[in-house]
Design a protein around this ligand. Structure first.
Ligand code: SAM
Ligand code: FES
Length: 362
């Protein structure tokens, strides 16, 4: 294959003009045929582009998994409502503030509040928690990841102080979406939510699982086209890992190489993106997060949730870092990052073109 990819900027330009068939072909090529040398060229391009905007910094975000209740029934997810074996818990606002305090003292300046879609967390309850965090830790960014809500709700939470929102689109292909979700969920609504979040002014994260059931080169090409159109500030991709109580139990043995190829291609297509090396990648490969950084990622999200609940936030099997206290996770991860030549960074780590935001509880 003539990749015609003579330099990082040229490759990036090509990725931004390629049609669906070309994107599908290049993904297939890197999954199935590329030589070690071509892989090395691709990841060095990805690194060059990342370094152009973010240097060697790797941003730390403190993840707080604050509720394992979920009203949804996504077929791949261990938190889905029909999973009767799942243990459900909810953190109180005080427990969330305690997690933030621990994280703040360790140096974190971004907190990511993630949960299933838990109706208990009304706008008023969330506003109380978000504005509390902003009051106690005014120099910190608050990222939310709690699924689909109305425009009015997103706006309310933004006005309460939330800065960013992660909502993976999961797949941009209609037929594929239907194979992963029950009929009450729709790709149309998922995308609409992402556009609403952008319109309101959040820094937005989209993304998908790699090797999710029924994923193909064409569905991945559709993902790339959607990301190109949405231009999110963050893109979360990580391997799909089967969970024993879902219909996709035993579906596949995940491998890290395809996630690594896609991380590099995404970095090349959208060079300014904040791109996490996910815990899921570290779960399927002991050096997965280090490899993810070398492939172009520049964010990590160690867990600040209380250890006693960690195992109950079981999206997938064998998740790592469920027994270590936050400080242990942090020093282990910081050591790993330094060992591969990158620099742990605890600042807010906003998107490079982010201009700032006023926050007050509206
Ligand atoms: N409820 C929120 C939402 O829908 O965005 C946030 C929580 S949800 C569990 C976060 C992400 O976990 C999902 O977007 C999905 O991509 C990922 N996830 C769920 N099940 C997974 C699995 N079996 N393997 C890997 N990732 C999974
Ligand atoms: Fe709701 Fe996964 S099904 S968080």
């Amino acid at each position: 294959m003539d990749l015609s990819l003579k330099d990082p900027e040229g490759f990036s330009k090509w990725m931004n003009s390629a049609v669906k068939k070309e994107l599908s072909d290049i993904i297939r090529y890197f999954f199935e045929e590329a030589t070690a040398e071509e892989w090395s060229v691709m990841s060095s391009y990805a690194n060059e582009l990342r370094e152009k905007y973010y240097g060697k910094k790797v941003y730390f975000r403190g993840l707080i998994e604050f509720s394992s209740f979920c009203r949804n029934d996504c077929f791949y997810c261990g938190l889905c409502r029909s999973n009767r074996s799942a243990k459900r818990y909810r953190l109180t606002p005080e427990e969330i503030f305690d997690c933030c305090r621990t994280g703040y003292d360790l140096g974190f300046r971004t907190f990511v509040l993630q949960s299933g879609e838990d109706k208990y967390f009304t706008d008023a309850r969330l506003c109380h928690t978000i504005s509390g965090i902003k009051e106690f830790f005014p120099d910190c960014a608050v990222t939310l990841s709690m699924g689909e809500r109305s425009f009015a709700s997103y706006k309310y939470l933004f006005d309460a102080g939330a800065d960013r929102y992660l909502l993976r689109h999961e797949t941009a292909d209609e037929a594929h979406y239907v194979k992963l979700h029950p009929s009450e969920l729709s790709l149309k609504n998922r995308k609409q939510c992402l556009y609403h979040l952008k319109e309101i002014g959040y820094q937005v994260g989209a993304g998908f699982m790699v090797d999710s059931p029924f994923q193909t080169f064409d569905t991945l090409a559709e993902d790339f086209l959607f990301l190109r159109e949405l231009k999110p500030q963050m893109i979360g991709i990580g391997p799909f890992i089967p969970q024993k109580d879902t219909r996709f139990r035993g579906y596949c043995t995940p491998s890290s190489s395809r996630t690594l190829a896609l991380l590099s291609l995404i970095r090349i297509m959208l060079p300014k993106t904040l791109l996490p090396a996910t815990t899921a990648l570290g779960t399927i490969d002991p050096l997965g997060r280090e490899k993810g950084l070398k492939a172009g990622a520049n964010v990590v999200m160690p867990n600040l949730s209380p250890v006693k609940y960690r195992r109950d936030y079981a999206l997938y099997d064998n998740k790592i870092c469920t027994d270590e206290e936050a400080a242990e996770c942090l020093s282990c991860l910081a050591r790993r990052i330094t060992s591969v030549g990158y620099i742990p960074d605890f600042s807010r780590g906003d998107y490079i073109d982010f201009l700032g935001k006023d926050s007050s509880c509206g």
